[in-house]
Design a protein around this ligand. Structure first.
Ligand code: GLP
Length: 244
């Protein structure tokens, strides 16, 4: 779906998410959200904060799972996704701290596999994700599922693609400071979400949006796996949709 601009697109996704939370709140049920970082969801989070403050939407029954985190990464560091999420969403709403899940960039390597399995198990034990929010990287990555990812991949430690590290260089004061590894939720968990919104803004996303939506379904463009999801919507502005 193509919107006039990122503001309108973000408001649309926020309204959809708010409607589900309201419905579930009425039934006294949890809403399980998969969340993303990066610039793409920033206006969505702003709008959710506005809906919370001005319309009284409560996040007390919301449980969140973030897609990814750099590894190694201390949650208090400026570049951590943990810090990003608290600054841009969690500290402005009434979500319970124990309901926030973000991959832990301080997990010792020896505990990594068990930790990743427990992340997936926790999501599955709650019945999976109601809604997954995604951005898209220039490599076609979703979360940090880089080219070469498979549909059967669960949460795991991954190596970051060179282009991804280049794109992150500005946040780290140079590519040499960007971690080489990260922890990411897998394609398998994302594909099991009931509903997926992938947000893409601006012309620099146009080539990869075209490949992901009109190209072959392949692990070389992990976002293309979404073509096989039953309820996925690419929420785009005119720039990101300009090559379709
Ligand atoms: C990072 C994140 C992704 C995100 C991507 C795009 O690599 N791990 O989850 O989708 O960047 O970032 P942006 O939204 O800033 O374009």
């Amino acid at each position: 779906r193509v919107f006039e601009d990122r503001d309108e697109g973000s408001k649309f996704v926020a309204t959809e998410i708010a409607a589900l939370i309201k419905e579930k709140n009425k039934l006294d049920k949890y809403t399980v959200l998969g969340l993303a970082t990066g610039s793409s969801p920033l206006l969505l989070y702003k709008e959710l904060i506005r809906i919370h403050k001005e319309e009284g939407l409560s996040f007390k029954n919301v449980i969140t799972f973030n897609l990814d985190e750099y590894y190694p990464m201390n949650p208090v560091d400026a570049q951590s996704y943990n810090k990003f999420m608290h600054e841009n969403l969690f500290s402005h709403i009434d979500i319970k701290p124990e309901n926030v899940n973000i991959p832990d960039g301080t997990i010792p390597m020896g505990e990594m596999d068990a930790y990743c399995r427990s992340y997936d198990n926790k999501i599955n034990s709650l019945g999976g994700l109601d809604i997954q929010v995604l951005g898209i990287g220039r490599t076609g990555h979703i979360g940090f599922n880089e080219p070469g990812s498979q549909i059967s991949d669960g949460t795991r430690m991954v190596y970051l693609n060179d282009i991804t590290r280049e794109d992150a260089a500005k946040d780290f004061g140079g590519k040499e400071n960007v971690p080489r590894t990260a922890i990411t939720m897998g394609v398998k968990t994302i594909m099991k979400a009931n509903k997926v919104f992938l947000m893409g803004w601006g012309e620099n996303k146009a080539p990869i949006v075209k490949e992901a939506t009109e190209g072959l379904v392949t692990g070389e463009v992990p976002a293309s796996f979404l073509q096989n999801h039953d309820d996925v919507l690419f929420v785009l502005d005119k720039g990101a949709a300009s090559r379709l």
